[in-house]
Design a protein around this ligand. Structure first.
Ligand SMILES: Cc1cc2nc3c(=O)[nH]c(=O)nc-3n(C[C@H](O)[C@H](O)[C@H](O)COP(=O)(O)OP(=O)(O)OC[C@H]3O[C@@H](n4cnc5c(N)ncnc54)[C@H](O)[C@@H]3O)c2cc1C
Ligand code: SF4
Length: 703
């Protein structure tokens, strides 16, 4: 039962939005409410919004009822920023329009477009969008911009903050600002005088405070997504430019993003990479410092544990297994539109780092097999660790950045920290050129001792990153619930006050994605942890990353593979704990259609899954396990009497076809619908495309 205010919201919105897209049943709210993070909140209502006018209506009605909203794109966020226990507004289907502008130098994109799709539109022109998260095959523009996501090559130069040209947003009272439209800007400036003044005040406050000004300038020299992009207040004078850039990395806490125009960047034609092995992690980090001024597109670090986790890959070179414990690899990429220039870049790399010995000789390669393996080794690290973890544990990926000169010491300090708290499976890798390191480890959240261990790790990590190395606690994955308690620690009180002020200016009643990014609870990162119960060996390794969703034919009709797994896990949890029989019954009521009957079981999801889960295979097992003994007897009978069964079907189809010829399509359709209705769906509906019974094949016929 919905609380009265939520019921009222649902009733009000049903007048303008198709009620089928306002979801409240326990199965759907859980399925749609889940994202890739290790946090869980279940929304009371999920609204699949299709247009900006629907979003405006949702925002206005929710405001009138004082109900909180959270916006969602692909749900691949890792820090708990795309979840809510209130209302989740999913803007994906129906948000796919794009437009190439100004001779392809710009592209305007709606928030439901997958990053890789945007790149597909640009590829024929040798162009791409700047942000390049490893999740680009699933993450969508809304989430990419709202998280200021970045990746291997974009660094701090080509992320959303740097490449955004324009944005269209809906504020918490339904006001629209379209920075590409002069009329909209003028109207906004006229109608939102107080808001504009507040932004100007913040800008001037910072500019008159030298310490704060330099703190902000310095902290954004490396990647930083902790808190708001307050560099907007020092980088720009014009309040509209400031608002535009503040939206980047705002994690859906300030406004809804209806579309974004990016300046496009060049996607170089020729690419080559090399895996350079160094004797120590210090050597690798020192080489990275030298490579900062070299013509490289990417420098990725893989520590010894990372290399070990991929050494059994069929394509891995034999020497991986014999590398010394202290070894460390750098994957260096050179790119250019001109082949000769690319070769010159490779030579420059060599000369730049010749003072630092490598463990072995190295070559650059454009050979597809080797090139692919090198990048696979790097990109596969998260899945590799995810796939090796114990069932029932979460994969945690942390995402910190350090000033480059500190990188070597910071790597060693991080390794000591993992050792101290016995995270023996931790691997360290990342975008070294940006001082951006990820560490991945598995974490059990099923008992308090383990939660305490995680808490200690996090509080010590905050001291290490902030106090000792002056780094960022979140480099590219966004603050979320995970780092919200540490924003003030990283930024200090003055900057944190500015951030709180920003939130209040745009969302005075804290109703737009509350508790994300700004959260006064010092233990917020330890609450609402996601249970990951064992369910079935086929799906137990699922990280709920969502990479499979774009490859699923039933996604949008019913559930995606990730959502099917979420539901199966919840059923397993409820069955074993027996703590909520009613919820179990409610979920089970819809599960046959949602999980089973609408799954094509084609296994396409496995192609995109980092841990190769074939959810279709799981659904087939589920199907078999759900059959009662009568069903099984019928299936066994059919299986052993195929010739007779097909003969009956052939004759049946022929009879139906004769009826069709006599009655005509209209009457036939009406009769079939009536039969379907009165048999409660037991008789399938007839459609004109239904085949006629084929002729019997004569196996003795000679050709
Ligand atoms: C395996 C894996 C690898 C990853 N690798 C990277 C990486 O290399 N680099 C990186 O930066 N990130 C990475 N991520 C994190 C994540 O994929 C990115 O942050 C991504 O940009 C999130 O996009 P999304 O579409 O999934 O957004 P969501 O998770 O749906 O939402 C993200 C945030 O954006 C807000 N939002 C969404 N749509 C809108 C809208 N229309 N208006 C306003 N706010 C909105 C949400 O409220 C939320 O706060 C990775 C994630 C996974 C699972
Ligand atoms: S099935 Fe694979 S791709 Fe899909 S959510 Fe799980 S781990 Fe990710």
């Amino acid at each position: 039962m919905l609380a009265p205010s939520y019921q009222k919201l649902k009733d009000l919105l049903s007048a303008t939005i198709d009620p089928k897209r306002i979801l409240t049943n326990p199965l759907q709210t859980l399925a749609y409410g889940t994202d890739a993070s290790f946090y869980r909140l279940i929304p009371k209502i999920v609204i699949l919004a299709h247009t900006e006018s629907e979003v405006i209506e949702i925002i206005k009605q929710a405001k009138s009822l004082d109900i909180a909203l959270t916006f969602r794109a692909a749900g691949t966020s890792l820090s708990g920023q795309a979840i809510t226990d209130s209302v989740l507004v999913v803007a994906t289907h129906g948000w796919k329009s794009f437009e190439l502008l100004d001779s392809n130098t710009k592209i305007k994109l709606e928030p439901g477009i997958i990053g890789a799709k945007a790149n597909n539109y640009l590829a024929p022109h040798g162009l791409k969008i700047g942000p390049d998260p490893a999740s680009i095959g699933a993450a969508m523009i809304g989430g990419i911009v709202a998280n200021n996501a970045s990746g291997m090559c974009c660094g701090t130069a080509q992320n959303s903050y740097q490449t955004i040209a324009d944005i269209r947003i809906v504020l918490n009272d339904g006001t629209i600002l379209d920075t590409a439209n002069e009329e909209s800007v003028n109207a906004f400036t006229k109608n939102k005088i107080v808001l504009i003044q507040e932004i100007e005040n913040l800008r001037d406050t910072i500019k008159s405070n030298e310490t704060l000004y330099h703190l902000i300038k310095n902290k954004f020299k490396i990647k930083n997504t902790t808190g708001y992009s307050i560099n907007a207040l020092v980088d720009y004078q014009d309040p509209i430019e400031i608002i535009k850039h503040l939206m980047v990395g705002s994690e859906g806490t300030l406004a809804f993003i209806s579309n974004v125009t990016f300046k496009t960047v060049i996607d170089e034609k020729h690419k080559s990479c090399s895996l350079l092995i160094f004797n120590t992690i210090q050597d690798a980090c020192n080489a990275t410092i030298l490579l900062k001024s070299a013509p490289v597109a990417a420098v990725e670090l893989l520590d010894r544990e990372s290399i070990r986790s991929v050494e059994n890959d069929d394509d891995a070179p034999d020497y991986f297994k014999t590398l010394p414990e202290s070894a460390c690899a750098l994957l260096v990429e050179c790119r250019d539109n001109d082949l000769d220039n690319m070769l010159i870049k490779q030579l420059k790399v060599r000369s730049e780092i010749e003072s630092i010995p490598t463990f072995s000789e190295y070559e650059f390669t454009s050979n597809p097999k080797q090139y692919y393996f090198n990048w696979k080794a790097r990109k596969g690290l998260l899945p590799t660790v995810g796939g090796l973890r114990k069932n029932g544990t979460s994969v945690i990926i942390e995402d910190v950045a350090f000033p480059l000169p500190q990188l070597a010491d910071a790597c060693l300090a991080l390794k000591d920290l993992f050792k101290k708290y016995e995270y023996h499976d931790a691997v360290l890798f990342g975008h070294a050129l940006e001082g951006n390191l990820h560490f991945v480890f598995s974490q059990d959240f099923s008992n308090q001792t383990e939660v305490d261990r995680y808490e200690k790790l996090m509080s010590e990590l905050a001291v290490l990153v902030v106090d000792r190395f002056n780094g960022s606690l979140k480099a590219e994955h966004g603050t979320g619930r995970n780092m919200a308690p540490f924003v003030e620690k990283e930024w200090g009180t003055a900057a944190y006050e500015i951030m709180k002020r920003i939130k209040t200016i745009f969302d005075p009643h804290n109703k737009i994605n509350p508790d994300v990014l700004i959260n006064p609870d010092p233990k917020a990162h330890l609450k609402n942890l996601k249970p990951l119960p064992e369910s079935n060996t086929i799906i137990d390794k699922c990280m709920e990353c969502g990479f499979c969703e774009p490859h699923c034919v039933s996604e949008g009709l019913t559930l995606s593979p990730r959502q099917r797994i979420v539901i199966a896990r919840e059923i397993s949890r409820l069955e074993s704990t027996k703590d909520n029989p009613q919820r179990l019954a409610d979920i089970r009521k819809d599960v046959t259609y949602q999980l089973d009957e609408t799954c094509a079981t084609d296994g396409l999801c496995a192609l995109a899954c980092p841990v190769h889960i074939d959810t279709g295979k799981f659904v087939k097992e589920w199907r078999a396990s759900e059959l009662d003994s009568n069903d099984k007897k019928v299936a066994a009978y059919i299986g052993s009497h195929m010739a007779g069964t097909t003969a009956i079907l052939r004759i049946g189809l022929k009879i139906i076809s004769v009826f069709h010829t006599i009655l005509g399509t209209t009457i036939m359709t009406a009769l079939s619908n009536a039969a379907h209705f009165i048999t409660f769906g037991k008789l399938p509906k007839w459609i004109p495309e239904m085949p006629k019974g084929a002729h019997k094949i004569n196996l003795n016929q000679k050709h």
